[in-house]
Design a protein around this ligand. Structure first.
Ligand SMILES: [Ca+2]
Length: 328
């Protein structure tokens, strides 16, 4: 062996140890995927689980968090305090469109938190920050959207070229199944809350991947899996459980037993993997009543329609969120 071949052999030997490997199909290799998370965090608790999963997924590089669907100060505080707890104040927080006022179930967790003191950047024009981030990114940006979509409609109007420079991954719709695995579709909340905005996002000329209720509506952690997260000492897991306890409000026992339905976590997973999912390429039309109809004449998108192994996904999610394995 000459010196070069010894070196190559050594690298080949060290490779799996020294180089982080991105897991799952759909990832291009060890390079991280740049993502912007557009979320209605602070209403249903699953957005907080989704943010935790983004922060605990080495495949993803969170570039910006943007609050969507109003309540911008409140949602901004939940995101900022969560990022601060996770040691990720490098992530800017953008405040999205002011389409609704108020707070939600996680208000006790941010009582007294001053958004102006967030050590990272806070953008008052979150839609503008999103557009800038997409337009200036050297690589195609992933817009990870887990709420109603007023920001995305506004961003497409202000700068249509974002559709050439980003792909859309979202938790939207209900195609063959409804809430709780029901055998007919429902108007899914993220669509029904603003059907016109959803139609704008799901007809823009970008690549689209969605998890409708057909798959995301079935994910919940119970028993030993949930207990690993509930009892974890990991700071992100602890912040997650604190938020969940606040959100459970007058049913505190629920946070001891099990998670709620974790819809949005499936969109995060789809940003880097499809391994456990059966994907179909379908035309999807957004109707005014919030129904998303399969329509071969409509814009085609990759839809996660069934689980190959839901248990394997729940185990994966638990491992990511519980942090280090507890000592046996
Ligand atoms: Ca959401």
């Amino acid at each position: 062996m000459n010196r070069m071949s010894i070196l190559l052999a050594a690298l080949a030997f060290l490779g799996p140890i020294a180089v982080p490997i991105a897991a799952g199909e759909g990832s291009a290799g060890p390079k991280k995927i740049p993502v912007i998370l557009d979320s209605d965090i602070g209403d249903d608790i699953d957005d907080t689980w989704a943010l935790a999963l983004v922060l605990r997924s080495p495949e993803l590089d969170l570039k910006l968090f943007v609050t969507d669907y109003g309540k911008r100060e409140y949602r901004g505080k939940v995101a900022a305090r969560f990022l601060e707890t996770a040691g990720r104040t490098d992530v800017p927080v953008g405040l999205g469109l002011d389409v609704a006022k108020g707070e939600g179930g996680q208000a006790p967790w941010v009582k007294g938190y001053d958004l102006a003191k967030y050590p990272g950047k806070v953008h008052q024009d979150g839609v503008g920050a999103l557009i800038d981030m997409v337009m200036k990114s050297p690589e195609k940006m992933t817009l990870l959207c887990v709420g109603p979509l007023p920001n995305i409609e506004a961003a497409l109007e202000r700068e249509p070229r974002i559709a050439e420079r980003a792909r859309f991954v979202g938790m939207h719709g209900s195609l063959r199944k409804g809430y709780g695995g029901k055998s007919s579709p429902d108007p899914e909340w993220n669509v029904k809350a603003d059907p016109a905005a959803c139609r704008a996002a799901l007809s823009a000329p970008w690549d689209i991947t969605i998890t409708p209720l057909d798959t995301c509506g079935l994910v919940a952690l119970k028993g030993a899996r949930y207990a690993r997260i509930r009892d974890s000492k990991d700071p992100v897991a602890r912040a997650l459980v604190e938020n969940y306890r606040a959100w459970c409000g007058n049913d505190p026992g629920r946070a001891d037993r099990e998670s709620s339905i974790l819809f949005d976590t499936v969109a995060v997973y789809l940003a880097f993997s499809r391994e456990n999912l059966v994907m179909e390429r379908l035309g999807v039309r957004v109707k005014d009543d919030g129904i998303t109809a399969i329509d071969e004449g409509a814009k085609k998108m990759d839809c996660a329609m069934e689980w190959k192994d839901l248990g394997a996904f729940e185990e994966f999610l638990t491992g990511r969120l519980a942090g280090k394995e507890p000592a046996k």
